[in-house]
Ligand binder design. Sequence first.
Ligand code: SAM
Length: 219
Amino acid sequence: MSRARARELTNAFLERGDAKGWFEAFYLEAGGDAARIPWANLVPNPNLVSWLDENDVQGVGRRALVVGCGLGDDAEALAARGFDVTAFDISAEAIKWCKRRYPDSKVDYVTADLFDLPAGWREAFHFIFEANTLQVLPSELRPAAIAAMVNCVTPNGTLLVIARGREPGDDPGSMPWPLTKGDLEHFTKSGLKLISFEDFFDQEDPPVRRFRDHYHKII
Ligand SMILES: C[S@@+](CC[C@H](N)C(=O)[O-])C[C@H]1O[C@@H](n2cnc3c(N)ncnc32)[C@H](O)[C@@H]1O
């Protein structure tokens, strides 16, 4: 139901040439009920947590940026690892929701548009995390979205992306539109080096094909 409503809103906004407006409308409609937000699992993304564990990632003394942070669980997981975290979302309502959920959080929750980020964020973050945002953007916006994320990574910094995956010949269907490996090539075209690329079916029921890719900004 909630995903069907998200698709209705996406289509209504896209018809009037607005690919960004539906997020705020959708969070407002949810009226504080997370059950109406299909991506809000209210726990950190398990594929982020396993990656942090497997790579023994420690955040002390390092800044992290969470892109399209939704209700904040991934940002809180990174803060719990010691990162100094900034987490942003285009939806002011989502950011208010994060602050309500985590009133004592050390995370700096900010309303911001990926396509118009503060100048001070340029090369300011050692670790950037993005899950499930590229796939809710129309494909023509993805190269600029990726370039904006890459711009925020410090020299020698790391970027981790988790997204739904598909083959180029597969029908992308309706939002969320799974990404192809070609969509993700913009990370390397924007100057990052690919360190690892995983293509797997996740733990959901039914399992969802995911890509998890890890990049460094080499200087
Ligand atoms: C599918 S949700 C994923 C949320 C979270 N990353 C997660 O995995 O649960 C996509 C999020 O990206 C946000 N978003 C979409 N376009 C954005 C933009 N241009 N700038 C910042 N956030 C954006 C939406 O408001 C939404 O919270």
